[in-house]
Design a binder for this molecule. Structure first.
Ligand code: CO
Length: 425
């Protein structure tokens, strides 16, 4: 248990360092650079891959890989995929607004947040500022904003029907005064140490300002923002760094962290874009592959797509399958859906159970109740794009898409352990 606690505390630190997808990609890059990985630039020619460990960041996405010394043009890959974004709010154009003596921020809803969970908590702003010379800098404020809930005295029926207008009732406050004399981007510029007048563009989201906390009897729970899907990103990065030492597998180990999963993945840095395919091709070309070798490599490759899944909720048991009931603390999930919202099939299930057994980890299964539509993730998208056999997994959580989600401490380390066994082969 001490090791699982340390892993959970490290994840909480990772979440605090990763308030936006851009920060998450940079934090993965920082940790892997510390573990001996070389950061590559997509604009440059890349060194010969055999025997190396590399990473490349594209916007809020990052790919990292370890190539065995004996790699050939047809050596397969083992991808561990996850996503760097979470539902919440994103700054609109002309974001400094206000009324009635309050400063407010103009925000758009990003993805599918549980809106009520964002009320009455202090929020940070975080993301990237793009400057007049085209360069981008990361910026993040401390606690700056809050969406104050209306007092119960002014809406006596609120507990029967809380519903927020997605425009008029989701604009957070961040100060007092007159919007004409304020500039919310200036708060970010100050953090980044740049002149606000140089900002030409920005991609800025909100994040819960409170750090993650381990709690509950015997410290079994971790509550934190962005566990969907930073729990998987963190597990994959920890596992890849561990597996890279003395790496001698018969495949190339790849960590693939995509942005924009919560809005459908259809972007340059999302799983439906060409980022992974392009990087795999560059690695394979570096190994001397022709098209035939590439296709042979892909035919023997695997993708483990890791994203959070629903644990059984004690107050809403009827929402879950009556038989398959995953619990916090009982191991990572194998996610199954007949309609292929998850890419897992029988072959993938068998492989997953094998990796879990080798890691000494007990796995659970997730399947939806037939009356409740199933979510999806990057697994079916990468499988469709690349034709690589894919299995969807993750950790069980409650409060998915809340500003602050709930995970089981032991599941987090279990996922990292299986990922390391999978990478090592
Ligand atoms: Co997710």
């Amino acid at each position: 248990m001490p090791e699982a606690l340390a892993h959970a505390e490290d994840l909480a630190a990772f979440v605090a360092a990763s308030p936006s997808s851009y920060h998450a990609a940079a934090e993965v890059a920082l940790r892997l650079t510390d573990a001996g990985f070389t950061a590559l630039d997509e604009h440059e020619a890349w060194p010969a891959p055999a025997g190396g460990r590399f990473l490349v960041v594209r916007d809020g996405a990052v790919l990292a890989w370890v190539v065995p010394e004996r790699a050939t043009p047809a050596t397969p890959v083992r991808i561990f995929g996850a996503h760097s974004d979470s539902p919440g709010f994103k700054l609109k154009p002309q974001p400094t607004t206000g009324s009635l003596g309050w400063l407010q921020a103009g925000v758009e809803i990003y993805g599918g947040p549980l809106l009520n969970s964002w009320l009455d908590r202090e929020l940070r702003l975080a993301g990237r500022l793009v400057l007049d010379d085209g360069s981008a800098v990361l910026a993040a404020t401390g606690p700056l904003l809050r969406l104050p809930q209306l007092a119960i005295h002014l809406d006596r029926e609120v507990n029967d029907h809380l519903a927020l207008n997605k425009q008029s009732q989701t604009q957070p406050v961040w100060g007092l005064g007159d919007a004409e004399s304020a500039d919310i981007l200036g708060e970010l510029a100050a953090d980044a140490g740049v002149d606000a007048a140089r900002i030409r563009g920005y991609d800025i989201v909100t994040a819960d300002a409170a750090p993650g906390v381990v709690f509950g009897r015997d410290d079994v729970f971790l509550a934190a923002g962005r566990l969907d899907d930073l729990a998987s990103v963190h597990a994959g990065a920890v596992a890849l760094a561990a597996a890279a030492d003395g790496y001698d597998a018969g495949h190339i180990a790849v960590l693939a962290v995509f942005d924009h999963e919560e809005v459908g993945s259809g972007t340059r840095s999302g799983a439906a874009g060409p980022f992974l395919a392009d990087v795999l091709e560059r690695i394979q070309l570096g190994l001397g592959a022709d098209r035939d070798a590439q296709l042979r490599s892909q035919a023997a490759s695997w993708c483990v797509s890791s994203d959070v899944g629903h644990a059984v909720h004690p107050n809403y048991a009827e929402k879950h399958d009556p038989v398959v009931r995953p619990r916090l603390g009982s191991g990572p999930l194998l996610k199954i859906n007949a309609n292929q919202r998850y890419a897992t099939d029988g072959v993938g299930a068998a492989a997953w159970h094998g990796w879990c057994a080798e890691a000494g980890v007990v796995s659970q299964e997730f399947v939806s109740n037939n009356t409740v539509p199933c979510g999806s993730t990057i697994g079916p998208i990468t499988a469709t794009r690349l034709g690589i056999r894919t299995v969807d997994v993750g950790i069980p959580i409650l409060s998915m898409h809340s500003a602050r989600e709930l995970a089981g401490v032991s599941d987090l380390l279990d996922l990292a352990r299986v990922a390391e066994v999978y990478f090592r082969g």
